[in-house]
Design a protein. Structure first.
Length: 338
């Protein structure tokens, strides 16, 4: 008897790569997380992620064909490049779509940015379901956001809506090219926090900075500065969008108890109509779940299937599993706009 085909989801992150093998309905068969090997560059990181997915496939569904592969990544993915992707050296010039096609021949390939894939998962099954408009805030190695309106993730003309990591930080940045100024992401992100601690002679990860801050005045000041600058930009985003809810996810939300009070207070005092502020339903898995959704949506006969993702991570509300729009078109990073 032939082994039924499966789908594969991959989330390429700046510090980790998450993979999942699922049946055609999206039910998880297995998942795994590996280091991104980002310090070795784009080629090594991509190959490591593909090898991890293949290994997971061999262990969980030996002999199965891969009907579709959904991929979430930092940056905006295309067939021949990934734009706005500084987290790993060389990732921007990686022909991601072509490489994925070569790695999984015969499979449908769908790609999307990590924050937008995560927002789609949260809007479809998680903390943003039923809230419109809404904002997903991605606090990880980098910094970005995604806007959900009418059940769809807003793309923008070039797929770059919500890339707040490129925000100007002050009036002095006006009319200054990105190469000659410090974008927000270089001051407010996991990578930035680690670098800023290192500049003070403290060789710590972002998680270690947050963990040590309550008992270390120097690190406490660093975290306070981080939180205040983040709040400044999130407040302005909330004033612009007027969301019903903001949900946060990403690796830094493991320190949500230190981030939420300052961010919540800033929203309550600075926004005319303050939104709810919550931790995402899938705070560390949303991009992977979004990648799985991309793969399922690549299968035309299952587009209206009542997708069950409850076995992937946390318990999703199956009442919210109706299709709320495609994330992107094949071989591009351009999400469907509203």
């Amino acid at each position: 008897m032939a082994t039924p085909p499966v789908i594969v989801g991959i989330d390429f992150g700046g510090t980790k790569i998450a993979t999942a093998v699922c049946d055609l309905a999206g039910n998880k068969l297995a998942d795994a997380v590996v280091d991104s090997l980002g310090e070795r560059g784009a080629r090594a990181s991509f190959d490591h992620g593909v090898a991890a997915a293949r290994d997971l496939l061999a262990r969980s569904a030996p002999g199965a064909g891969v009907a579709a592969v959904g991929v979430a990544t930092f940056g905006i993915p295309y067939e021949d490049r990934v734009e706005l992707a500084p987290a790993i050296d060389g990732w921007g010039s990686l022909p991601l779509g072509r490489e994925l096609g070569a790695a999984f021949p015969g499979s449908a390939i769908r790609m999307g940015t990590d924050a937008k894939a995560a927002a789609h998962a949260e809007a479809r099954w998680g903390a943003l379901a039923g809230f419109d408009p809404a904002v997903y805030l991605n606090l990880g190695t980098g910094l970005s956001a995604a806007i959900v309106t009418g059940g769809r993730v807003l793309a923008g003309q070039h797929g770059a809506a919500g890339e707040i990591g490129y925000n100007l930080r002050g009036r002095g940045d006006v009319r200054v090219t990105p190469q000659l100024r410090i974008p927000l992401e270089e001051m407010v992100s996991g990578q930035a926090l680690q670098r800023r601690a290192g500049a003070r002679g403290r060789q710590l990860t972002a998680a270690e900075v947050f963990a040590a801050a309550p008992d270390d005045p120097e690190l406490a000041a660093l975290v306070a500065d981080f939180a205040d600058e983040l709040a400044f930009h999130v407040v302005n985003l909330a004033i612009l969008v007027n969301p019903a809810r903001i949900a946060a996810g990403g690796g830094l939300t493991r320190s949500w108890d230190l981030i939420e009070p300052k961010l919540g207070e800033a929203l309550r005092t600075g926004v005319p109509y303050p939104p709810d502020l919550v931790l995402g339903h899938f705070p560390h898995d949303a991009p992977l779940l979004g990648a799985v959704a991309l793969a399922v949506d690549a299968l035309p006969t299952l587009r209206d299937f009542d997708l069950d993702i409850t076995n992937i991570s946390y318990c999703a509300n199956s009442d919210q599993s109706d299709d709320q729009g495609e994330l992107c078109s094949e071989g591009s990073g351009n999400y469907e706009t509203t």
